[in-house]
Design a binder for this molecule. Structure first.
Ligand SMILES: Cc1ncc(COP(=O)(O)O)c(C=O)c1O
Ligand SMILES: N[C@@H](CCCC[NH3+])C(=O)O
Length: 442
């Protein structure tokens, strides 16, 4: 059994996270419940920063908050000196409410609206990562009308195909994101941006995908961008101050996953940049990265309570829990694999193979196809590991299930940071039907 971060088993045979008994958490807050090990988040954040310090590269480590966005996690990210990658007006608003320093907010997205971009200008954020030609026109229009300067990066697709799930590769040529590096689009974008009076072009950005294990893809992407930066220096005397190499560092969901230590990816990238800048006598840019999953993924654990069970003789045993694809769509969407334990009976042998099913009205709502647990009993608390990234943030109200609560645990303390939705929340946007008479009055 593989435990993560501060997880241990206490004298009662219960799983603990951050020094807190998960069975007590389940009773206090109810289930499904997402529990974050905040010490692990902090440790990961510091490891990324130290790696850059050790290799002598100035850097910004931006938390890619699409992985899990909430006011409290933004507060922790700020405490750790991270920057913040937001990808919508909603994430930006969350950052504003959290009081996140605006100069460390970077705004992403392949279809930012005029209103979202206005919001970014209103808040004087650190940088907009420009994705396409329509956005160049919008950003110029806003900057010129306000006569306000905005920092930007050009997002490029470097033509690197990382081996991961098709839905989450983003660096290949056939991608909805960014300007193509090879077919001239990136140069065209550069020409439209680099000498504009209200635009400060900081440099380039790429992100090649998510849940990537091999270092080669990161190395190739860094080389491709550096090559272009050198051309711009030689042709236009333009020097990039910033090279943003995105996120995507893989984590261990199951024993099939063999990620390197997250810092190893950073060392590899930094090595490429250091070596090419030396060879070409290029001023060393700041390197920015945007880890999401590798900061919060294995720091998050979902707790569920076992309800009904069903034996399909000779085939499988289903155990149904009180959540499912509504709080974790990843197994249904990507075929993502996870591991789980019986959190209230950790010292018993986990040898019973079961399928953990959710409670949504879909046959495909299976959280884990082949889980190994203690012989199950109704009321058991199941802890499903590594659900901290793209779990809660992709949750829905499918079947009108209320979204779970989220709790942070650290040094024996626990606190609620997102409350559980109620049935009132579930109907809060609904408007009852009006009669024809009422409609005719409008
Ligand atoms: C632009 C960008 N940056 C960063 C990330 C974070 O990726 P990950 O959570 O895999 O680190 C993503 C998501 O894939 C992204 O699209
Ligand atoms: N949501 C995806 C990752 C997408 C990353 C965002 N660009 C996942 O769960 O793996």
């Amino acid at each position: 059994m593989h435990l993560y971060g501060t997880q241990t088993v206490n004298g009662k045979g219960h799983l603990t996270i951050g020094g807190v008994d998960t069975v007590d958490l389940a009773h206090t807050y109810g289930t499904p419940l997402v529990v974050y090990d905040i010490a692990l988040f902090r440790e990961r954040a510091q490891a990324f920063k130290e790696t850059f310090n050790n290799v002598g590269v100035r850097a910004q480590v931006a938390y890619a908050s699409k992985a899990f966005s909430s006011i409290a996690i933004y507060e922790i990210a700020n405490q750790e000196g991270l920057s913040l990658d937001v990808v919508s007006g909603g994430e930006l608003h969350t950052a504003v409410v959290a009081g996140f320093p605006r100069e460390r907010i970077h705004f992403h997205g392949n279809n930012k609206s005029f209103t979202e971009l206005q919001y970014a200008f209103d808040e004087k954020i650190g940088c907009i990562v420009i994705d396409n030609f329509s956005e160049i026109a919008l950003v110029k229009e806003i900057a010129e009308s306000r006569q306000e300067k905005m920092n930007v990066l050009i997002r490029v697709t470097p033509g690197v195909e990382a081996s991961t799930h098709d839905y989450i590769t983003t660096g290949q040529e056939d991608s909805k994101f960014g300007f193509d590096l090879k077919n001239g689009q990136t140069d065209k974008a550069f020409r439209q941006l680099h000498d504009h009076p209200y635009i400060k072009l900081l440099g380039m950005h790429c992100h090649i995908g998510s849940q990537i294990f091999e270092t080669d893809a990161f190395r190739l992407a860094a080389e491709a961008l550096m090559e272009k930066m050198i051309v711009w220096r030689d042709d236009y005397e333009f020097v990039c101050e910033v090279l943003n190499l995105g996120g995507g560092f893989g984590i261990r969901y199951t024993e099939e996953d063999q990620p390197l230590n997250p810092s190893a990816y950073v060392e590899e990238m930094a090595e490429v940049v250091l070596s090419l800048t030396r060879t070409h006598n290029y001023p060393l840019p700041e390197i920015w990265i945007e880890p999401g999953r590798s900061l919060v993924g294995d720091a998050g654990t979902s707790l569920y309570t076992v309800g009904s069970m069903k034996e399909v003789p000779g085939v499988r045993t289903y155990i149904a829990v009180d959540g499912g694809m509504s709080d974790n769509i990843r197994p249904a969407l990507y075929g993502a694999k996870y591991t789980a334990v019986t959190a209230n009976r950790m010292d018993e042998s986990h040898e019973k193979q079961v399928t953990i099913a959710g409670k949504c009205c879909e046959s495909g709502d299976k959280l884990i196809e082949e889980a190994h647990l203690v012989e199950p009993a109704e009321g058991d608390i199941i802890a499903m590991f590594c659900t901290g990234a793209y779990g809660y943030s992709m949750a829905s109200n499918y079947n009108r299930l209320p979204k779970p609560a989220v709790v942070f645990c650290e040094n024996g303390h626990h606190q609620l940071v997102v409350r559980r939705e109620t049935y009132e929340d579930v109907v809060r946007l609904d408007i009852p039907l009006q009669s024809v008479e009422q409609l005719e009055k409008i």
